[in-house]
Design a protein. Structure first.
Length: 259
């Protein structure tokens, strides 16, 4: 994933320092909550996420943003949607932003402002049932039929460069992806280790033969994005997240979620 030098240095520095995270999750139901009216003056921010509530990525972002917003006198409402639906809501102005996306997410969403401090850093790994190989970057995926989630930008971009178009299989939901993989309707799929483990448990696919290949494909920084009408809040939230890393609050959240 091509990023500016400063951003890539930030990725390496932050990912190097991140703590190992446990994979035990609390199962919650997936839902489509009713949207709330939002305004530039509200004390509640309604953010969307493409992650489901029982997945660690969701839980960490929610806990970190809950605290960061609280330090600024704000409340958080976090709602889960498939990637394309989330983008429709962002463009419509019916929500205040997105909880966690890659650095350049606002390239095609000019009404969004990035919170400069990353909310988390996650590994992205390759899962497979019928093939086994050492993962050595995107090029190592080129011989295979790759399942990915439509609207997940880093996966769309990464696979487009090295995988033949007829071997790129886009689906709308991570559960669909794992079901397809279990039925050999693709060779591999890309997601985080924590998400993969949680979905395998949810779908009772632990004994399906699906396994995670090593090493991880890549590590990505995730940033919160706000609509421009909330631009004044972005540096304040960034400062609060930095403060949380310095005063130990961030590490405490990570450890609590790992228990």
């Amino acid at each position: 994933m091509a990023v500016k030098a400063s951003a890539s240095e930030h990725v390496r520095s932050f990912c190097f320092k991140k703590l190992a995270i446990g994979m035990g999750m609390i199962l919650l139901s997936w839902g489509y909550p009713l949207l709330k009216n939002v305004s530039a003056d509200t004390d509640t921010l309604t953010l969307v996420t493409v992650s489901e509530p029982f997945v660690h990525v969701y839980q960490l972002s929610k806990a970190v943003l809950d605290e960061a917003l609280k330090r600024n006198g704000l409340n958080l409402v976090l709602e889960s949607y498939p990637p394309k639906r989330a983008e429709v809501l962002l463009r419509s102005g019916k929500v205040d932003g997105d909880a966690h996306r890659i650095y350049h997410f606002n390239k095609n969403n000019p009404d969004l402002v990035r919170v400069s401090e990353p909310v988390q850093c996650i590994s992205q790994s390759v899962f497979s049932r019928k093939v086994s190989f050492r993962v050595e970057g995107w090029e190592s995926l080129s011989p295979y039929k790759v399942i990915y989630i439509r609207g997940i930008k880093f996966a769309e971009k990464g696979t487009r460069k090295v995988v033949r178009e007829e071997n790129r299989i886009a689906v709308d939901h991570i559960e669909i992806a794992f079901r397809m993989l279990s039925r050999d309707r693709g060779d591999i799929l890309i997601t985080s280790p924590e998400t993969g483990a949680a979905i395998l448990r949810k779908l009772s696919l632990e004994n399906s033969g699906i396994r995670m290949l090593e090493p991880p494909l890549t590590e990505i920084m995730l940033y919160t994005f706000l609509r421009k009408k909330h631009a004044r809040l972005a540096p304040k939230i960034a400062a609060s997240i930095r403060e949380m890393r310095e005063d130990g609050a961030y590490q405490q959240i990570v450890e609590e979620l790992a228990d």
